[in-house]
Design a protein around this ligand. Structure first.
Ligand code: GLN
Length: 227
């Protein structure tokens, strides 16, 4: 048995251990496009923790946004899935509705909205509650809970324009449908005739939950919108 080998595996010298650490750190840094960026995750309700974790893995300094002061610190923001009626209500309650609208619509804050977040960003909610306000940040109309009338939730291998050959593993949970898109909206992915991933300027919206699939390409795209 060679001197450096034990029954439980290969022993490493200090030198090659140091090299491993160095190589690892180099690789990690190169693959952390969020480093040096402060990115917000709206955290008034819903699935914000999973988005926070993806963005942290990409190196971003993540701020959970619950107040106008926290909003003013961030360079980009994610509006998560959850319950859009509750998110809209909490935005009003926390006095965030107008500041968020103005940061995105007037200030061009790069934004990713997923599922309920997409509904909140839309310009029209066809079946929203009377008191449910949307931000008008992307020129789409949406209908809540309308995707897949038979099943409420499903996973779909979604081909996405401009994101390579590998389809996106898209998780749909009581997802909204986009019923119409304005002329300035790019549809990046659809299922049949239904758009499920759209972009207008720096606002990217998905009817599904990209934070649940272990595929971080949409979060990387948000970080790309910072440049
Ligand atoms: N059905 C929810 C709504 O209308 C959205 C569901 C979700 O975000 N997964 O707000």
């Amino acid at each position: 048995m060679p001197a450096s080998t034990t029954l439980s595996g290969t022993e490493h010298t200090g030198a090659d251990r140091a090299e491993k650490v160095w190589t690892g750190a180099g690789a990690l840094t190169a693959d952390m496009p969020g480093l040096g960026h402060r990115i917000g995750v709206l955290a008034v309700q819903g699935a914000f923790a999973a988005h926070r974790n993806v963005l942290r893995r990409l190196g971003a300094d993540v701020v959970e946004v619950r107040t106008p002061a926290q909003l003013s610190e961030v360079e980009a923001i994610v509006l998560p899935g959850g319950e859009s009626t509750t998110i809209s209500m909490m935005l009003r309650f926390n006095e965030l509705l107008q500041p968020l609208r103005s940061a995105i619509v007037k200030g061009g804050l790069p934004t990713l909205g997923t599922c309920a977040g997409m509904i909140v960003l839309a310009s029209e909610i066809l079946d929203g509650r009377d008191d449910q306000e949307c931000l008008g940040a992307i020129d789409i109309s949406v209908r809540r809970n309308a995707f897949g009338r038979q099943v409420d939730s499903f996973e779909y291998d979604l081909p996405v324009n401009g994101m390579g050959d590998r389809p996106f593993p898209a998780v749909f949970i009581r997802a909204p449908v986009v019923t119409s898109v304005g002329p300035d909206v790019e549809v990046l992915a659809s299922i049949g005739d239904e758009p499920v991933l759209c972009r207008q300027g720096r606002v990217l919206v998905a009817a599904f939950h990209p934070e649940l699939s272990g595929d971080d390409r949409l979060h990387r795209h948000l970080i790309d919108l910072l440049r």
